[in-house]
Design a protein around this ligand. Structure first.
Ligand code: UN1
Length: 520
């Protein structure tokens, strides 16, 4: 393994972060505060938590640690702002989003560096994260002049029928750290353009990224109270937000365990809930596949973002005829990946997000070994040179069977399993036999096999001859089975997540007309 241990790794970083934050066009100290009713404020709790660079351990900011009191203030501001915002014409709301996208575009590089510093992904991927946010913001701004309803003929004379979208009210948006700019935009932008107001609880690992995004919305001219952000932990901020009686809609991206707890609470409270809870995504490689192409897709999908994408490929379901060659090549490629601080040149893979992630991933490697999976490469923390300062884990490949825990449970790290199969039918059965159904890929040159996969794979996203990552913002994003609860984000489908349909009948007959009764 080549390790990027350039001397600049740490010394360069010490001076870099504050400057870089300064260039984001906001007062840096504000990025550690809550944003409530248009003001940057600290929690009355007086408590704090640190945001650290997972590649170096450097503290990037000391943030206010909020609780139910702050959630209360944020919800009150959002409730108060709702009536005016929903009555603001949607094209006017959208203009603010367009301006926000323009600002993001101008600050793309600085935001991308902040992403790399705060969550660890390499800079090319940091730029991708910000670009996805820009794409979503422009796309949803466009919805300011669409949000199409429906007009249809009605059954009775002198009567008119249509349906249109209403905002829901205050949306609670709870987001993960792995796409700290993009995923908040997936939730905030559709919610806002539809006329909802928002209370946003970002992951505690990436508060500065979240705050940098909110500062952009502020600068773009979003009125006070329309977006509010509360920094802190799930139990202290997320839970009171989910339970708040004046927050009728929750959108959550995170683990299946937490998502199911939220679902139970929302069911009791009768709330609208959108869930995105991860994956155990597979790349199917058939015996007729272009192996060079498949190999590039596998390495990118399994080890990009250090495997910390909901869409990461953690199972490589491989036809027996190509299994040996594929295994050898994948082991080679994994071993060649260069780990390091993501702002350095020539680094392929950054750290994982924090110590707990490192422990969880290592725990799963031990489980795999105990289960009898064959470890082909990796399987341990990388500690050479400066890597010891961060949370680096070596790219890991197992050969495993479909029922092992490492083939069933989401590890969220750079670990992938080769699972041999004998046929397309078996490959699809193995793919479908997990609790998740977010993203699947198949490499084949046979159009019949490709269409069989399109018909039979149970998944929210399917790629033919490309890896499992790379969803675009104008297509629905989400999955089947334990990945979600039927809702989608991104695409026009996101509009359904954040709005209510209202059917309107206008009777201009001037007399009582009884639907279904006056049929003669
Ligand atoms: C996620 O991991 O939760 O398709 C989002 C992709 C990215 C988004 C991933 N565009 O991998």
């Amino acid at each position: 393994m080549n390790i990027a241990t350039d001397a600049r790794t740490c010394s360069g970083l010490q001076g870099q972060s504050p400057n870089q934050l300064g260039r984001l066009g906001v007062i840096m100290s504000d990025l550690t505060k809550n944003f409530i009713n248009g003001r940057w404020v600290e929690s009355p709790s007086g408590a704090t938590f640190e945001s650290r660079n997972p590649a170096t351990g450097e503290v990037l900011g000391v943030c206010t640690r909020s609780n139910a009191e702050d959630v209360e203030a944020a919800v009150a501001a959002a409730v108060n702002a709702f009536d005016r915002w929903r009555k603001t014409p949607a094209p006017r709301r959208a203009e603010i989003l367009f301006r926000a996208a323009e600002i993001m575009l101008r600050r793309k590089e600085d935001l991308a560096q902040l992403v790399t510093n705060e969550m660890g992904k390499v800079i090319a991927e940091g730029r991708g994260d910000v670009q996805e946010a820009i794409d979503m913001t422009y796309y949803m701004a466009g919805e300011g002049r669409r949000q199409f309803g429906l007009v249809a003929p009605v059954e009775l004379p002198n009567k008119f029928g249509m349906c249109l979208r209403d905002p829901i009210g205050v949306v609670g948006a709870i987001t993960p750290w792995n796409f700290p700019i993009a995923i908040p935009c997936w939730k905030l932008m559709p919610a806002l353009v539809l006329g909802n107001t928002v209370v946003f609880k970002p992951a505690e690992d990436t508060p500065l990224c979240a705050a940098a995004l909110i500062a952009i919305l502020e600068e773009a001219g979003l009125p006070p109270g329309v977006v509010n952000m509360v920094l802190g932990y799930g139990e202290e901020v997320g839970a009171p937000l989910v339970e708040h009686p004046q927050v009728p809609c929750i959108s959550f991206t995170g683990s299946n365990e937490v998502g199911r707890q939220i679902a139970i609470k929302c069911a009791h409270l009768g709330k609208r809930l959108h869930l995105e809870m991860g994956g155990k995504n597979a790349i199917i490689v058939m015996d007729d596949a272009d192996l060079d192409l498949a190999m590039d897709g596998i390495v990118w999908s399994a080890f990009g973002t250090s495997g910390q994408r909901c869409t990461a490929a953690s199972r490589i379901i491989t036809h027996n005829a190509v299994k040996n060659e594929l295994s050898e090549r994948l082991v080679d490629r994994a071993a060649q990946l260069r780990l390091g601080y993501g702002l350095l040149p020539n680094v392929d893979m950054g750290p994982v997000v924090n110590e707990q992630a490192l422990e969880k991933i290592h725990g799963y490697v031990m489980i795999g070994v105990q289960e009898g999976a064959k470890k082909l490469v990796g399987g341990e923390r990388a500690t050479d040179g400066d890597l010891a300062r961060g949370y680096f884990f070596k790219p890991t490949v197992f050969e495993a069977t479909p029922d092992m825990r490492i083939s069933q449970e989401e590890i969220f790290g750079p670990v992938t399993n080769i699972i041999p199969v004998r046929s397309l039918e078996e490959a699809i059965a193995v793919n479908n036999h997990t609790r998740y159904g977010l993203s699947t890929a198949i490499y084949t040159r046979d159009v019949n096999r490709a269409f069989t996969a399109i018909r039979d794979v149970s998944t929210g996203i399917l790629y033919i001859n490309a890896g499992t990552i790379g969803a675009e913002v104008h297509f629905p994003f989400g999955g089947t089975r334990g990945t979600g609860n039927g809702h989608r984000e991104a695409g026009v489908q996101a509009l359904d997540t954040f709005s209510e349909w209202k059917s309107v009948y206008v009777d201009y007959s001037g007399r009582l007309q009884r639907a279904q009764i006056d049929v003669e």
